[in-house]
Ligand binder design. Structure first.
Ligand code: SAH
Length: 229
């Protein structure tokens, strides 16, 4: 059958969200709303298929994560992305997830992206400017910074939510330190075989870790090692 909606980015983005709901990956109204509002097409380099459920190359030997991974992480972090909360996105790449975080935490909250490739930081800022998160970027409730995300971003710590978009051989201690009691971090851990781990910090500062699923992310590493490939 002819796709009567083809050519409309808004409807293609909606279709992607609809499918993620149908497959049970998006389970909440809030996450569906945010992903419907944030057009993924604005974050994927031209000539690629932004609404297909697959990672896409964004240069510098890395990829934008697949829609189902973004949706999974938004679901896991939803309770820690309430209005007014602080969220850190390590390895923010295209800026897509940082922008989603900004919509969730609202103008009283803070969404911070840290990315070690300066060109990707510039790319993400241009993408965000065209998106539904342009205002948060303007008013400062969303910011993206060049830095080594293994050190976190102490300036706005502690965080209610930390997302790591690249796989670490082990969980960097600064990220655990920058998690608020009651806070949650979602991080892929491992080398070739990786687990998506959910790290919850209790009110006494102790942590609980559980494994959600097996994943395959690009490594959280040094800029030099990444560019070497
Ligand atoms: N979550 C982003 C990008 C995922 S790819 C998106 O979906 O668009 C992982 C990103 O982590 C890449 O952009 C890579 O450059 C970045 N990265 C890898 N190691 C890093 C480090 N040590 N510090 C900061 N960013 C890092």
């Amino acid at each position: 059958m002819e796709q009567y909606w083809s050519g409309s980015a808004v409807n293609e983005n909606k279709g992607m969200v609809y499918n993620l709901q149908r497959y049970g990956i998006i389970t909440s109204r809030k996450v569906a709303e945010v992903m419907e509002t944030m057009d993924r097409g604005l974050f994927v380099p031209g000539g690629l298929q932004p609404y297909v459920d697959s990672p896409m190359p964004i240069g510098y030997n890395v990829t934008i994560s697949a829609p189902h991974m973004h949706a999974t992480c938004l679901q896991l972090l939803e309770k820690n992305l309430q209005p007014g909360m602080h969220a850190l996105d390590v390895g923010s790449g295209t800026g897509y997830l940082t922008a989603c975080f900004a919509l969730m935490v609202g103008p009283q909250g803070h969404a911070i992206g840290v990315e070690h490739i300066p060109e990707l930081v510039s790319f993400s800022i241009e993408n965000i400017k065209k998106s539904a998160a342009a205002q948060p970027l303007k008013d400062g409730s969303l910011s993206v910074h060049v830095g080594d995300g293994r050190e976190g971003w102490p300036e706005f710590a502690p965080y209610d939510a930390i997302h790591v978009g690249a796989a670490a051989p082990e969980i960097p201690q600064p990220l655990i330190d920058q998690l608020k009691p009651g806070g949650r971090m979602v991080i892929p851990v491992g080398n070739l075989f990786q687990d998506l781990q959910v790290v919850d910090k209790n009110s006494d500062g102790s942590i609980n870790i559980r494994t959600k699923t097996s994943v395959r992310y690009v490594p959280l590493t040094s800029r030099e090692a990444q560019l070497r490939g």
